[in-house]
Design a protein around this ligand. Sequence first.
Ligand SMILES: Cc1ncc(COP(=O)(O)O)c(C=O)c1O
Length: 242
Amino acid sequence: MIRTDGSAVFYRFLDLPYPSIESGDGVWLTTVDGRQILDACSGGAMVACLGHGVRELAAAASEQAEKISYFYNHHFTSEPQERLADRLLGKTPEMARVRFVSGGSEANETALQLARLYHVERGDTDRWRVISPAQAYHGASMGTLALNGRPAVQEPYTPYLASHLHLPPSTWRFDPTGEAALAELDRLLERHGGEVAAFFCEPVSAAALPAYSPPERFWLGLAERRRTFAIAHALGGSKPTS
Ligand SMILES: Cc1ncc(COP(=O)(O)O)c(C=O)c1O
């Protein structure tokens, strides 16, 4: 165990002793003093879901790092990057291109910036707000924190956070059909439609609402509203018709 008061590391929880992990294998972690711990959270928020100690992954990373450990991707590319992007597009034909970043928060920040830039480039500079279901997690950066719809988590940082718009999550308990969330979506679009830049959500939630996914009716209703917006844009209006 590492005690936080005897450590140079600034730990997240200052009053906890931390087991010191030496290695991992599958779902098991091994401490420096030989104890085995079941990693039942898969690395925290299900981020080590391929398991620990996967030899092929370590070998591929090592082989690549020996060839080139870093290059600046504003100016260079590489054959493995191109190959991985092609492979991902093969799995998700809806995507046009892939941008590689270092983690989830940065990916979501990038998505936010892209959505905003898209509207700015079209001359529709009023559009900046995001609609997203509440009780989510999109990352630890200020941009992504503003999207989670969880006042208790946001509270100390509210002066830094943009005021986005939130739907109630349509859980089995509170809104099993998704109709309440769709009604709120319509209300928000009615009131703020001309300011909305994007809809943001976890298709399947992770730590904030584990394994939650909205019901089919919600996704269909979302797609209907997206089509209405697309038609309004195609007709040259910057505001939605509804
Ligand atoms: C749904 C979701 N979005 C974003 C993130 C943030 O990713 P990262 O911790 O890599 O910045 C997480 C992390 O758990 C996540 O579960």
